[in-house]
Write a new protein. Sequence first.
Length: 177
Amino acid sequence: MKTNRGILIGRMQPFHNGHIQVIKKILEEVDEIIIGIGSAQISHDLKNPFTAGERLVMIKQSLVEHNIDPSRYYIIPMEDINKNAIWVSYIKMLTPPFNKIYSGNYLVKQLFYEEGYEVKTPPLFDRLKLSGTEVRKRMLNDENWQELVPNATVELVNEIKGIERIKNLSKKEISDM
């Protein structure tokens, strides 16, 4: 019997409560979900402060924290290849077979649509607060970011001194011209 498997791709910088809610909702529609960690090769900048490995730990531990059955998901880091015409083939090479793509990104939706996939827009939960941009902004400004993420994300950020990293990354370089 064919498994009804969906894929969700996002940068997850960092993994937050909106991601958990989206994954739970998708799991109501599919047997298994592939969680693609997008832009896996990028880290240590303000928009992408965390490595793929750090994000993988955030995701895995957050899913455990929320009692999501590990037999129902795969977590796969995905590097950008910047070749849109072959990107879907590249993703297919990295993943188990899937029949649905969940994305809010119009380019991603278009590329998968052109390849004949069922494309769905996942619901967004409290998008003004539950976004990686908002979480990173709060981290940088010493505001309450912890309320927006699972405990597992808080623990990993603390373990790697993630707040210190973001603050250091935000400092402008002073050059001797």
